[in-house]
Ligand binder design. Structure first.
Ligand code: GCO
Ligand code: MG
Length: 404
């Protein structure tokens, strides 16, 4: 079998997605997600200008060799743009391999290690009562684990919480110019334990509760928060401090037993080396889409397993159904799977990307379609052209830029 064509499809059914479609001479086509929220077109160029010309004529069955040649052959390694492009090729080739074998991808990865994939959903509120309503809504949808994010008194906009225009319409996080949000770490640290207290009081001790600090704290602030949340037994505290400084987690770990999750912005195993080998975290959060694909994520899972660390792939709406499908196959197959973030997609997105994975009682299953089990409706995709969009930026009360 040979690769005879590859194209990049950019579509915006509700938000922007970048998809690589690889065609072979023997029929099977493969899809890969290359969506990098807010920097989409850089990956489109990387693929179209620098990767697709190298793919034509290759044997699509040589997944590992193609991964190594794209990673090592560029000389300039790593980085989110490069690794999103490499991921798209990797997943498309696994998709083709599955279709050629007539097997769903999880079977090629060793088969199912569990019957279904546990997920967590997002509950958000501008204040505690609104958050409690949101938790109720997630439970009604079947979720059995919930991430809780609340607005902070005195702050206009907070990560995970949609603000509204004067007319009541939502200010979406995707903006043609970056939306400027405000931030005050002390106000947040005072408020967060009260949020957990209220949610536990309403929903009891058993519901797994997660929280995302979204890279905003210093190590000592993160240690404080971890300690303050301990009485409420969070499932995890995510991205409590920017993790480029892996050694910072030694300090956090010394002070709290709150489980820690890190890695959605990482793109290679090297970003995790100290965190994993010194057992400084409990969950690795990388997505197939931003980590170079299934091939390296399996290896990450194996390294993590040696240190009793579990996988928990990033699954916000800006991972396309193609990226989500790839993740769910891996989740079903790897032994040390922990939990899958699943925000779901808008109905319009699901019309463009028809997927075999299903969501029942808070759990996902990848389905039995060969490959990753996603069909891209190119005609429907063409009806939703690219819509320039940025993520917000954060500023402190005095105007200083802060991590968003
Ligand atoms: C999460 C993430 C996302 C990111 C988003 C950026 O845990 O789901 O933090 O919500 O902010 O993916 O594009
Ligand atoms: Mg996160």
């Amino acid at each position: 079998m040979k690769i005879v064509d590859a194209t990049v499809v950019v579509t915006s059914p509700g938000r922007n997605f970048v998809t690589l479609r690889v065609t072979t001479d023997e029929g099977p086509t493969g899809l890969g997600d290359a969506t990098l929220n807010g920097r989409e077109l850089a990956v489109v160029s990387y693929l179209s200008d620098h990767v697709i010309p190298l793919l034509i004529g290759l044997d699509p069955h040589r997944v590992e060799d193609t991964w190594q040649s794209l990673y090592r052959g560029a000389y300039w390694r790593r980085g989110p743009v490069t690794m999103a492009a490499v991921a798209a090729v990797d997943v498309a080739l696994w998709d083709i391999k599955g279709k050629a074998a007539g097997l769903p991808l999880y079977q090629l990865l060793g088969g199912a290690s569990r019957d279904r994939v546990r997920t967590y959903g997002h509950a958000n509120g501008k204040d505690i009562p609104e958050l409690l309503d949101s938790v109720r809504a997630r439970l009604a949808e079947g979720y059995q684990a919930v991430r809780v994010q609340s607005g902070v008194p005195g702050l206009k906009a907070v990560y995970g919480v949609h603000t509204t225009h004067e007319d009541g319409s939502p200010v979406l996080h995707q903006q043609a110019r970056p939306l400027v949000e405000d931030w005050d770490t002390d106000a947040y640290l005072r408020h967060a334990p009260a949020v957990f207290e209220a949610v536990r009081a309403e929903f009891g001790e058993e519901l797994p509760l997660l929280h995302d600090a979204h890279h905003r704290l210093t190590p000592v602030q993160a240690a404080r928060l971890g300690k303050d949340l301990e009485p409420y037994r969070p499932f995890w505290l995510e991205d409590c401090t920017p993790a480029e400084n892996q050694e910072a987690f030694r300090l956090i770990r010394r002070h709290t037993t709150t489980p820690l999750a890190v890695g959605e912005v990482f793109n290679t195993v090297h970003d995790y080396q100290t965190l994993i080998t010194e057992q400084l975290i409990d969950y690795v959060r990388s997505a197939v889409t931003h980590f170079g694909g299934i091939t390296p994520l399996r290896k990450l899972a194996d390294l993590a397993a040696l240190h009793q660390i579990k996988t928990a792939p990033h699954g916000p709406q800006d991972i396309s159904p193609v990226g989500m499908a790839a993740a769910v196959h891996l989740d079903l197959a790897v032994h040390n799977f922990g939990i899958q973030e699943y925000a779901g997609h808008e109905p319009l997105t699901d019309e463009v990307f028809r997927h075999a994975y299903t969501f029942t009682d808070g759990h996902l299953h990848p389905g039995e379609a060969p490959g990753i089990g996603v069909e891209l409706d190119t005609k429907a995709a063409a009806a939703h052209p690219y819509d320039a969009a940025y993520l917000p930026v954060n500023r402190l009360q005095d105007g200083t830029v802060h991590d968003w």
